[in-house]
Ligand binder design. Structure first.
Ligand code: PLP
Length: 438
């Protein structure tokens, strides 16, 4: 066998799976491990499409979990990243020009931002926001909503994937290994339910540092009065409102959910889109709160520790600057959100033609096919839906060359095309036929 053939073989999907099965837990990355008949190994991507190592092509609707708003390998992002790599990729302990210019831009462009502090991932950003809120208020507890995902840390994975709802405001640990003492500092309420929230806060306000919420919780849109209600309750009891914009920031529109819903949180957390696919996130908001992480305050009352090897990484900062330039161009969000509207409207027609009892749910460029009758309002609605059917249809879509993680919310990017729309609808039609034949 020639050395080229050997090289190709050792990088074939089958050969790579054999290694992955041996050395990675569940042959997966993080909490995703796809069933054997649909699992794939990513080779490369361009625009809205990606390919596995065996050459199969997919229309990508996972979009790096929302990070790839400009699709794969956008020329401006690639060019800015390469240019910064050429100048140097990393340093620590002092400032760099790319991080300063980006910070100035983020303060200007994120509606609630008087200052920003850098972190590396969305999880880090929410963990720091919670710590800042505790430092600022002198209180220990954080209130979150059932079914909300705020990252992977011990304070975040509380009542995120409950199989049963209720027992408020008691939080349920989502993972073995979480200290019960940590879980006990989290209070949990049902989403879009101001009445329960008011009752819980009235009872526990003396201990609550912050309420953290997503504006679109997974795929569930907030009632506009829900976010305004959180704002009012926080004002009434001097609690900080942390809006987790890791998904929605620069995604729903350039001003994120704060602009979409016209609400002003004390802090907002950002990741995914910012970073341009690289390691960068931030906490934005009131200067007096973010300022508690000022390193000159070390050793003084109120100082809230924040530090990370990659904070303000210049390559990710340069990539983000290029990405924000692209997102600032006229008509970008209208086109992207318009694609999602067209895709969902036409998909709904196909579902109905096949008498499949599902809806296409979308807010801006976030979308999903759900087996329920109407827009969900909380985790109980999600649990009451037919999740097995949802995963089965998504699995058939994967086989039709659409990269969608079964049962997971998906994203349209700015570079999805009319051809993608046509191919997606054709694929859905076939998947629906197969769904009904099974
Ligand atoms: C709303 C929200 N917050 C926080 C996070 C955590 O971000 P990361 O995965 O970058 O740590 C996520 C990730 O999906 C998220 O959706």
């Amino acid at each position: 066998m020639s050395s080229i053939a050997m090289e190709t073989d050792s990088n074939s999907q089958q050969a790579l799976f054999e290694i992955a099965d041996r050395v990675l837990p569940g042959a997966g990355l993080g909490s995703y491990s796809l069933a054997r008949d649909i699992r794939l190994i990513y080779s490369h991507g361009k625009g809205s499409r990606m390919w596995d190592v065996d050459g199969k092509e997919y229309i990508d609707y996972v979009g790096g979990a929302g990070a790839l708003i400009l699709g794969h390998s956008h020329p401006s992002v690639v060019e800015a990243s390469k240019a910064q790599f050429d100048r140097g990729s990393h340093m620590f302990g002092s400032l760099n020009d790319a991080a300063i210019h980006l910070a100035e831009r983020l303060v200007q462009d994120i509606p609630c931002a008087e200052k920003i502090a850098y972190a590396t991932t969305g999880s880090e950003a929410t963990a720091y926001a919670m710590r800042l809120a505790r430092a600022f208020t002198g209180r220990d507890k954080i209130l979150k909503f059932e079914g909300a995902y705020h990252g992977n840390h011990d304070y975040a994975i509380v009542s995120t994937f409950p199989q049963q709802t209720g027992d408020y405001p008691q939080g349920k640990a989502d993972s073995y290994g979480q200290p019960q003492a940590t879980v006990s500092t989290m209070l949990v309420c049902p989403y879009n339910d101001l009445e329960t929230l008011r009752k819980v806060v009235a009872e526990h306000h003396a201990d609550i540092a912050a309420i953290i919420a997503e504006a679109v919780q997974r795929i569930i849109p907030a009632d506009p009065e829900f976010l305004q209600g959180i704002r009012q309750i926080c004002d009434e009891y001097d609690i900080l409102f942390v809006l987790d914009e890791v998904v929605t920031g620069f995604r729903l529109g350039y001003g994120g959910a704060q602009q979409w819903y016209d609400v002003k949180p004390d802090l907002s957390t950002h990741g995914k889109v910012i970073g341009g696919g690289g390691p960068l996130s931030c906490i934005a908001g009131r200067a007096e709160v973010i300022g508690l992480s000022d390193p000159n305050l070390k050793g003084q009352a109120g100082y809230s520790y924040m530090n990370g090897t990659l904070h303000g990484n210049p390559v990710a900062a340069a990539a983000t600057m290029a990405l924000l330039d692209e997102l600032s161009k006229p008509g970008v969000y209208e086109r992207m959100n318009g694609f999602a509207t067209d895709l969902c409207r036409e998909s709904q027609k196909i579902l109905e033609q096949h008498a499949i009892p599902a809806i296409t749910q979308h807010t801006g460029s976030l979308w999903q096919i759900l087996f329920m009758a109407k827009t969900p309002r909380n985790q109980a609605d999600m649990l009451a839906s037919d999740q097995e059917a949802m995963r089965r249809l998504d699995t058939l879509l994967m086989k039709q060359g659409q990269y969608v993680l079964p049962g997971v919310r998906r994203f349209v990017s700015t570079v999805h095309t009319a051809e993608d729309l046509e191919d997606s609808l054709r694929g859905l039609d076939i998947a629906c036929r197969e769904f009904n034949q099974a």
